[in-house]
Design a protein around this ligand. Structure first.
Ligand SMILES: NC(=O)c1ccc[n+]([C@@H]2O[C@H](COP(=O)([O-])OP(=O)(O)OC[C@H]3O[C@@H](n4cnc5c(N)ncnc54)[C@H](OP(=O)(O)O)[C@@H]3O)[C@@H](O)[C@H]2O)c1
Length: 231
């Protein structure tokens, strides 16, 4: 199975569950560079979300590139799909779309393994250590390649287009899949993709959201993210 190469042509990107905070944020930034389908289970919700974004941003490029769609349509027609639904619904969502994927596509999971216990955020994952990404891999056709990214990016900062400088760790099925995802991330001002490795390391990234939220809360840091200095 070929991994799509987008070095010459920008991919059509679809946001599955794009009507939430992260979907809005990625919709605004990615549609400055390429066409984006903002997906929802209900087309009315997708339309309302796109209308709201266009009214708030009023940018010509967005008007041209950001379009509403049902999740099914996004899965059928997009080259790269970004899964932005709550972790409790991630697997059932992908499974419900499994007949729609046309293949030769990449699915990027932004799903974070997170739950609230008392006043703390804890990691909610599989005790075996298997990541959401690995489980998603199992329900997808093999012609759709999987990666993990964006768990460490604060959606509110991105949506408000505040100046940001952050590293975005990525786990991917292969170096070629990483390249595809890295190209998208590099297109967002202030974000630097960092290759972590294969999907067996995906849970390391999925766990970071709980870490960041706790550190933020306990230390009064608003919307913390990660950045690796090197010397
Ligand atoms: N927010 C952040 O800053 C952030 C940062 C990093 C990672 N993440 C991760 O990214 C994912 C999305 O976060 P978010 O804050 O944008 O989430 P969200 O607002 O809670 O949900 C996003 C969308 O998921 C869809 N959805 C809700 N329940 C569903 C269900 N039962 N089945 C299928 N779809 C359902 C909804 O879209 P429709 O009703 O329109 O279908 C909803 O608008 C999460 O896994 C989160 O952990 C978030």
């Amino acid at each position: 199975v070929q991994v799509p190469s987008f070095r010459t042509k920008m991919p059509l990107v679809g946001l599955i569950g794009g009507t939430g905070d992260l979907g809005y944020a990625l919709g605004v930034h990615l549609s400055k560079k390429q066409e984006v389908l903002l997906g929802s289970r209900k087309i009315e919700r997708a339309k309302a979300a796109v209308e709201e974004i266009l009214a708030e941003k009023n940018v010509e490029l967005l008007k041209r590139n950001l379009r509403p769609a049902e999740n099914h349509e996004a899965a059928q027609s997009c080259d790269v799909l970004i899964l932005t639904v709550p972790h409790a619904n991630a697997l059932e969502t992908v499974a419900s779309l499994s007949g729609d994927f046309r293949g030769n596509q990449v699915l990027v999971s932004a799903v974070a393994a997170i739950a609230k216990r008392g006043d703390e955020f804890v990691v909610e994952g599989d005790p075996s250590g298997e990541s959401f990404a690995q489980k998603i891999r199992q329900v997808l056709p093999s012609s759709v390649k999987v990666a993990v990214a964006f768990q460490t990016v604060p959606a509110n900062i991105l949506y408000r287009e505040k100046e940001i400088s952050a590293d975005v760790p990525v786990a991917a099925e292969s170096p070629e899949v990483y390249e595809t995802v890295a190209l998208l991330i590099s297109g967002i001002a202030g974000l630097r993709p960092l290759y972590l490795g294969s999907l067996q390391l995906a849970s390391e990234i999925e766990r970071l959201t709980a870490f960041l939220l706790n550190v933020g809360k306990r230390n009064g840091l608003k919307s913390p993210t990660i950045k690796f200095p090197s010397f």
